[in-house]
Design a protein around this ligand. Structure first.
Ligand code: PLP
Length: 313
Protein backbone atom coordinates (compact mmCIF):
# COMPACT_ATOMS: atom_id res chain seq x y z
CA UNK A 1 0.00 0.00 0.00
CA UNK A 2 1.40 3.45 -0.92
CA UNK A 3 2.29 5.72 1.99
CA UNK A 4 0.04 8.75 2.42
CA UNK A 5 1.77 12.07 1.69
CA UNK A 6 1.76 14.86 4.22
CA UNK A 7 2.32 18.57 3.56
CA UNK A 8 5.12 20.11 5.64
CA UNK A 9 6.11 23.77 5.21
CA UNK A 10 5.37 23.77 1.48
CA UNK A 11 6.59 20.28 0.53
CA UNK A 12 4.90 16.89 0.12
CA UNK A 13 6.71 14.15 2.06
CA UNK A 14 5.86 10.47 2.69
CA UNK A 15 4.20 10.28 6.11
CA UNK A 16 6.94 8.10 7.66
CA UNK A 17 9.72 10.52 6.60
CA UNK A 18 8.35 13.88 7.80
CA UNK A 19 10.58 15.58 10.40
CA UNK A 20 11.02 18.88 12.16
CA UNK A 21 13.76 20.02 14.56
CA UNK A 22 13.88 18.92 18.20
CA UNK A 23 14.38 22.63 18.94
CA UNK A 24 10.78 23.23 17.88
CA UNK A 25 8.70 24.90 20.60
CA UNK A 26 5.92 22.39 20.00
CA UNK A 27 8.28 19.70 21.31
CA UNK A 28 9.98 21.81 24.03
CA UNK A 29 6.98 23.75 25.34
CA UNK A 30 3.83 22.24 23.91
CA UNK A 31 3.55 25.56 22.03
CA UNK A 32 1.36 24.07 19.32
CA UNK A 33 -2.26 24.06 18.22
CA UNK A 34 -4.05 21.76 15.82
CA UNK A 35 -7.36 20.64 14.43
CA UNK A 36 -8.52 17.30 13.04
CA UNK A 37 -11.11 16.49 10.41
CA UNK A 38 -12.01 13.18 8.83
CA UNK A 39 -12.95 12.04 5.38
CA UNK A 40 -16.09 10.14 4.43
CA UNK A 41 -15.68 8.45 1.02
CA UNK A 42 -12.54 10.56 0.62
CA UNK A 43 -14.31 13.91 1.19
CA UNK A 44 -13.53 16.11 4.22
CA UNK A 45 -16.54 16.74 6.47
CA UNK A 46 -17.20 20.24 7.90
CA UNK A 47 -13.71 21.47 6.94
CA UNK A 48 -14.61 25.15 7.32
CA UNK A 49 -15.98 24.63 10.86
CA UNK A 50 -12.74 22.92 11.87
CA UNK A 51 -10.61 25.67 10.30
CA UNK A 52 -12.60 28.35 12.10
CA UNK A 53 -11.85 26.56 15.38
CA UNK A 54 -8.16 26.24 14.37
CA UNK A 55 -7.90 29.94 13.57
CA UNK A 56 -9.57 30.81 16.88
CA UNK A 57 -6.99 28.61 18.68
CA UNK A 58 -4.19 30.37 16.74
CA UNK A 59 -5.59 33.80 17.53
CA UNK A 60 -5.94 32.98 21.24
CA UNK A 61 -2.31 31.72 21.34
CA UNK A 62 -1.07 34.57 19.10
CA UNK A 63 0.56 32.14 16.66
CA UNK A 64 0.78 33.39 13.07
CA UNK A 65 0.53 30.44 10.66
CA UNK A 66 1.67 32.69 7.78
CA UNK A 67 -1.40 31.92 5.68
CA UNK A 68 -5.07 32.80 5.60
CA UNK A 69 -7.88 30.42 6.46
CA UNK A 70 -8.75 30.29 2.75
CA UNK A 71 -5.15 29.25 1.96
CA UNK A 72 -5.28 26.56 4.65
CA UNK A 73 -8.59 25.30 3.28
CA UNK A 74 -7.23 25.07 -0.27
CA UNK A 75 -4.04 23.35 0.92
CA UNK A 76 -6.06 20.79 2.89
CA UNK A 77 -8.19 20.05 -0.17
CA UNK A 78 -4.99 19.72 -2.25
CA UNK A 79 -3.55 17.23 0.28
CA UNK A 80 -6.73 15.16 0.00
CA UNK A 81 -6.68 15.30 -3.80
CA UNK A 82 -2.98 14.40 -4.02
CA UNK A 83 -3.53 11.42 -1.73
CA UNK A 84 -6.56 10.08 -3.56
CA UNK A 85 -4.43 7.62 -5.63
CA UNK A 86 -2.95 6.30 -2.33
CA UNK A 87 -6.35 5.72 -0.67
CA UNK A 88 -7.18 1.97 -0.55
CA UNK A 89 -10.77 1.11 -1.58
CA UNK A 90 -13.20 1.86 1.23
CA UNK A 91 -10.59 3.65 3.35
CA UNK A 92 -10.96 7.01 5.07
CA UNK A 93 -8.61 8.86 7.36
CA UNK A 94 -8.12 11.74 9.77
CA UNK A 95 -6.52 14.89 8.42
CA UNK A 96 -4.85 17.26 10.86
CA UNK A 97 -3.42 20.76 10.55
CA UNK A 98 -0.62 21.17 13.12
CA UNK A 99 0.87 24.63 13.70
CA UNK A 100 3.78 25.09 16.11
CA UNK A 101 5.14 28.52 16.96
CA UNK A 102 8.44 27.44 15.39
CA UNK A 103 12.04 26.59 16.15
CA UNK A 104 13.57 28.30 19.20
CA UNK A 105 17.31 28.31 18.51
CA UNK A 106 18.29 31.95 18.04
CA UNK A 107 17.05 34.79 20.27
CA UNK A 108 15.43 32.85 23.10
CA UNK A 109 17.58 32.55 26.27
CA UNK A 110 17.35 28.75 26.06
CA UNK A 111 15.66 26.35 23.66
CA UNK A 112 13.02 25.58 26.29
CA UNK A 113 12.49 29.22 27.28
CA UNK A 114 8.92 30.40 26.98
CA UNK A 115 9.77 33.92 25.80
CA UNK A 116 8.21 34.65 22.41
CA UNK A 117 10.68 36.36 20.08
CA UNK A 118 9.89 38.11 16.78
CA UNK A 119 12.10 35.82 14.65
CA UNK A 120 9.94 32.73 15.25
CA UNK A 121 8.41 31.26 12.12
CA UNK A 122 5.57 28.76 12.47
CA UNK A 123 6.03 25.17 11.36
CA UNK A 124 2.84 24.20 9.53
CA UNK A 125 1.94 20.67 8.55
CA UNK A 126 -1.12 18.91 7.23
CA UNK A 127 -1.09 15.32 8.40
CA UNK A 128 -2.94 12.17 7.53
CA UNK A 129 -3.56 9.56 10.23
CA UNK A 130 -5.32 6.20 9.95
CA UNK A 131 -8.61 5.51 11.74
CA UNK A 132 -8.64 2.51 14.09
CA UNK A 133 -11.40 0.63 12.27
CA UNK A 134 -10.68 -2.63 14.13
CA UNK A 135 -11.33 -1.02 17.53
CA UNK A 136 -14.35 0.85 16.23
CA UNK A 137 -16.01 -2.21 14.73
CA UNK A 138 -16.29 -3.86 18.16
CA UNK A 139 -17.24 -0.67 20.00
CA UNK A 140 -20.06 0.25 17.58
CA UNK A 141 -21.55 -3.22 18.05
CA UNK A 142 -21.01 -3.92 21.75
CA UNK A 143 -20.53 -0.44 23.23
CA UNK A 144 -17.58 0.79 25.28
CA UNK A 145 -16.88 1.39 28.96
CA UNK A 146 -16.18 4.62 30.81
CA UNK A 147 -14.22 5.01 34.03
CA UNK A 148 -14.00 8.35 35.84
CA UNK A 149 -10.36 8.85 36.89
CA UNK A 150 -9.05 10.97 39.76
CA UNK A 151 -7.02 13.12 37.34
CA UNK A 152 -9.06 16.25 36.63
CA UNK A 153 -9.60 18.20 33.41
CA UNK A 154 -7.45 21.32 33.03
CA UNK A 155 -9.31 24.40 34.15
CA UNK A 156 -10.09 27.17 31.68
CA UNK A 157 -8.41 29.41 34.30
CA UNK A 158 -5.11 28.22 32.77
CA UNK A 159 -5.77 27.73 29.05
CA UNK A 160 -9.31 28.06 27.76
CA UNK A 161 -10.67 24.58 27.04
CA UNK A 162 -11.96 25.84 23.68
CA UNK A 163 -8.34 25.92 22.44
CA UNK A 164 -7.30 22.68 20.75
CA UNK A 165 -3.68 22.07 21.71
CA UNK A 166 -1.24 19.25 22.42
CA UNK A 167 -0.77 19.83 26.18
CA UNK A 168 -2.26 16.46 27.07
CA UNK A 169 -0.26 15.04 29.98
CA UNK A 170 -3.42 14.95 32.11
CA UNK A 171 -5.05 12.82 29.38
CA UNK A 172 -2.08 10.42 29.45
CA UNK A 173 -2.36 10.13 33.25
CA UNK A 174 -6.11 9.64 33.02
CA UNK A 175 -5.68 6.91 30.39
CA UNK A 176 -3.16 5.04 32.55
CA UNK A 177 -5.32 5.29 35.66
CA UNK A 178 -8.36 4.03 33.83
CA UNK A 179 -6.42 1.16 32.25
CA UNK A 180 -5.44 0.01 35.76
CA UNK A 181 -9.13 -0.55 36.45
CA UNK A 182 -10.46 -1.58 33.04
CA UNK A 183 -8.05 -1.87 30.08
CA UNK A 184 -10.87 -1.23 27.61
CA UNK A 185 -12.37 1.85 29.26
CA UNK A 186 -12.35 5.48 28.15
CA UNK A 187 -11.75 8.12 30.84
CA UNK A 188 -14.33 10.85 31.36
CA UNK A 189 -12.59 13.51 33.43
CA UNK A 190 -14.23 15.65 36.07
CA UNK A 191 -13.53 19.37 36.05
CA UNK A 192 -11.95 21.01 39.10
CA UNK A 193 -15.44 21.41 40.66
CA UNK A 194 -16.25 17.70 40.28
CA UNK A 195 -18.59 18.08 37.29
CA UNK A 196 -18.38 15.81 34.24
CA UNK A 197 -16.30 17.38 31.47
CA UNK A 198 -15.03 15.29 28.54
CA UNK A 199 -12.98 12.30 27.56
CA UNK A 200 -9.45 12.25 26.14
CA UNK A 201 -10.40 13.50 22.70
CA UNK A 202 -14.17 12.96 22.86
CA UNK A 203 -17.22 14.82 24.13
CA UNK A 204 -19.64 12.95 26.38
CA UNK A 205 -23.43 12.61 26.33
CA UNK A 206 -25.91 10.84 28.58
CA UNK A 207 -29.56 10.11 27.85
CA UNK A 208 -32.24 10.03 30.53
CA UNK A 209 -36.00 9.68 29.98
CA UNK A 210 -35.65 10.43 26.26
CA UNK A 211 -33.57 13.60 26.80
CA UNK A 212 -29.93 14.20 25.79
CA UNK A 213 -27.74 15.81 28.44
CA UNK A 214 -24.15 16.93 27.82
CA UNK A 215 -21.63 19.02 29.77
CA UNK A 216 -21.88 22.74 28.99
CA UNK A 217 -19.24 24.83 27.24
CA UNK A 218 -17.28 25.89 30.33
CA UNK A 219 -14.59 23.21 30.61
CA UNK A 220 -14.68 21.27 27.37
CA UNK A 221 -13.50 21.55 23.81
CA UNK A 222 -16.50 22.58 21.77
CA UNK A 223 -16.50 19.52 19.55
CA UNK A 224 -17.70 19.82 15.98
CA UNK A 225 -19.28 16.35 16.35
CA UNK A 226 -21.04 17.48 19.55
CA UNK A 227 -22.56 20.35 17.54
CA UNK A 228 -23.49 17.89 14.78
CA UNK A 229 -25.20 15.63 17.35
CA UNK A 230 -27.17 18.61 18.68
CA UNK A 231 -28.17 19.56 15.09
CA UNK A 232 -29.37 15.99 14.49
CA UNK A 233 -31.25 15.93 17.81
CA UNK A 234 -33.03 19.15 16.78
CA UNK A 235 -33.99 17.60 13.43
CA UNK A 236 -35.27 14.43 15.12
CA UNK A 237 -37.14 16.36 17.82
CA UNK A 238 -35.03 14.86 20.64
CA UNK A 239 -34.80 17.39 23.50
CA UNK A 240 -31.35 18.26 24.86
CA UNK A 241 -29.66 20.35 27.52
CA UNK A 242 -26.04 21.51 27.89
CA UNK A 243 -25.29 21.63 31.63
CA UNK A 244 -22.21 22.88 33.46
CA UNK A 245 -22.96 20.86 36.59
CA UNK A 246 -23.62 17.30 35.47
CA UNK A 247 -22.51 14.90 38.20
CA UNK A 248 -21.20 11.30 38.15
CA UNK A 249 -24.60 10.43 39.70
CA UNK A 250 -26.32 11.58 36.50
CA UNK A 251 -24.06 9.31 34.45
CA UNK A 252 -24.51 6.28 36.75
CA UNK A 253 -28.30 6.60 36.60
CA UNK A 254 -28.56 7.36 32.86
CA UNK A 255 -30.44 5.09 30.46
CA UNK A 256 -27.82 5.45 27.71
CA UNK A 257 -24.54 7.24 27.06
CA UNK A 258 -22.13 7.84 24.21
CA UNK A 259 -18.86 9.52 23.31
CA UNK A 260 -18.46 11.50 20.11
CA UNK A 261 -15.61 12.87 18.07
CA UNK A 262 -14.52 13.39 14.49
CA UNK A 263 -12.94 10.02 13.63
CA UNK A 264 -15.41 7.89 15.61
CA UNK A 265 -18.62 9.93 15.08
CA UNK A 266 -20.74 8.34 17.87
CA UNK A 267 -19.45 5.54 20.15
CA UNK A 268 -22.08 3.92 22.40
CA UNK A 269 -21.17 3.49 26.07
CA UNK A 270 -22.76 0.67 28.06
CA UNK A 271 -20.90 0.73 31.41
CA UNK A 272 -19.76 3.62 33.63
CA UNK A 273 -17.67 2.89 36.73
CA UNK A 274 -19.07 -0.66 36.72
CA UNK A 275 -22.73 0.46 36.52
CA UNK A 276 -24.41 -1.18 33.52
CA UNK A 277 -26.62 1.22 31.55
CA UNK A 278 -29.98 -0.06 30.28
CA UNK A 279 -29.72 -3.68 29.14
CA UNK A 280 -25.95 -3.42 28.67
CA UNK A 281 -26.05 -2.94 24.91
CA UNK A 282 -26.06 0.26 22.80
CA UNK A 283 -29.29 2.11 23.53
CA UNK A 284 -32.12 2.89 21.06
CA UNK A 285 -31.68 6.67 21.00
CA UNK A 286 -27.90 6.30 20.56
CA UNK A 287 -28.55 3.97 17.63
CA UNK A 288 -31.10 6.40 16.17
CA UNK A 289 -28.51 9.22 16.37
CA UNK A 290 -25.84 7.00 14.79
CA UNK A 291 -28.14 6.16 11.87
CA UNK A 292 -29.05 9.84 11.37
CA UNK A 293 -25.38 10.77 11.52
CA UNK A 294 -24.58 8.15 8.85
CA UNK A 295 -27.25 9.70 6.67
CA UNK A 296 -25.82 13.17 7.20
CA UNK A 297 -22.23 12.19 6.32
CA UNK A 298 -23.37 9.98 3.42
CA UNK A 299 -21.60 6.83 4.66
CA UNK A 300 -22.56 3.86 6.82
CA UNK A 301 -19.54 4.18 9.12
CA UNK A 302 -20.48 1.09 11.16
CA UNK A 303 -20.42 -1.12 8.05
CA UNK A 304 -17.22 0.59 6.94
CA UNK A 305 -15.54 -0.24 10.27
CA UNK A 306 -16.66 -3.89 9.94
CA UNK A 307 -15.40 -4.13 6.35
CA UNK A 308 -12.07 -2.41 7.03
CA UNK A 309 -11.60 -4.51 10.14
CA UNK A 310 -12.18 -7.73 8.14
CA UNK A 311 -9.69 -6.48 5.50
CA UNK A 312 -7.11 -6.01 8.28
CA UNK A 313 -7.41 -9.66 9.42
C1 PLP B 1 -10.28 17.34 24.20
C2 PLP B 1 -11.23 17.02 23.10
N1 PLP B 1 -12.55 17.04 23.34
C3 PLP B 1 -13.45 16.77 22.37
C4 PLP B 1 -13.05 16.43 21.09
C5 PLP B 1 -14.07 16.15 20.03
O1 PLP B 1 -14.05 17.19 19.08
P1 PLP B 1 -14.48 16.98 17.57
O2 PLP B 1 -15.88 16.48 17.58
O3 PLP B 1 -14.38 18.34 16.97
O4 PLP B 1 -13.53 16.00 16.98
C6 PLP B 1 -11.68 16.40 20.79
C7 PLP B 1 -11.24 16.04 19.45
O5 PLP B 1 -10.12 15.63 19.22
C8 PLP B 1 -10.75 16.71 21.81
O6 PLP B 1 -9.43 16.70 21.56
Amino acid sequence: MAEYLIWLNGKYIPRNQAKISMLDRGFRLGDVVFDTERTFNGKVFKLRDHLERLYHSLQYMRIDPGMTMDDMEQLTLDVVQNNEPNRPPGDDYMITQIVTRGQADSLAPSPGGAKVTPDLKANVSIWIDPIDFVGHSRLYRDGGHVVIPKTRALSSDQVDAKVKHFNRLHFVLAQMEVADVDPDAFPVLLDTDGNLSESTGFNFFIIKDGKLRTPGDQNILQGITRTTVLEIATQLGIPFTCENNLQPYDAYTADEAFLCNTPSCILPIVKIDNRILGDGSPGPITKQLMAACEEMVGLNFVDQADRRSQDAH
